[in-house]
Design a protein around this ligand. Structure first.
Ligand code: SME
Length: 157
């Protein structure tokens, strides 16, 4: 099965999994597991936009990303707006494909084994509520096919 065919299956499976559940965190957990298992990525997970009253890093009432459900090794818990690939995808409100993370200025290295990455913002009522972040140990893992299907997958959550 090629990548596109696999994505079609995962898109359908993700659709039926999230259709029966309204809790976003539960859906993030299942979609992270589904993608991680299907494609064997290095790290697959979500960060949620929150406005913390007690952020250890940003003070009160400043929005930031906080780690959500994921599969893979331990990850950084908080990412400021505009920082790293995740914070940049949030700030630009668009998917970012990074063929080589070592060449992305400001990349946040949660794992030294990650070499390429894609970050897809999640929208709800026109607002970004979080991002899907996927890391690969290989360079150049992600392309327009990943972008297209991952955007569809988060779009139906
Ligand atoms: N590399 C990301 C940080 C999150 S980890 O990859 C899981 C970034 O630069 O935003």
């Amino acid at each position: 099965m090629n990548k596109e065919e696999l994505y079609k299956e995962v898109l359908a499976q993700a659709g039926s999994v999230v259709a029966g559940e309204t809790d976003l965190i539960a859906n993030m957990a299942n979609v992270a597991a589904l993608l991680h298992e299907a494609f064997g990525f290095w790290w697959t997970g979500f960060y949620r936009v929150i406005t913390p009253s007690n952020s250890p890093t940003r003070g009160e009432n400043i929005q930031e990303l906080v780690l959500g459900p994921f599969q893979g090794p331990l990850a950084c818990t908080r990412i400021p707006f505009g920082k790293g690939v995740c914070g940049t995808a949030w700030a630009k409100a668009e998917t970012i494909i990074v063929p080589n993370v070592h060449e992305f200025a400001g990349h946040i290295a949660c794992s030294s084994e990650s070499n390429s990455e894609i970050v897809v913002p999640m929208f709800q009522d026109g607002e970004i509520i979080g991002v899907l972040d996927i890391d690969s140990k290989e360079y150049n893992t992600f392309d327009e096919t990943d972008k297209r299907y991952l955007e569809k997958i988060v779009g139906q959550m």
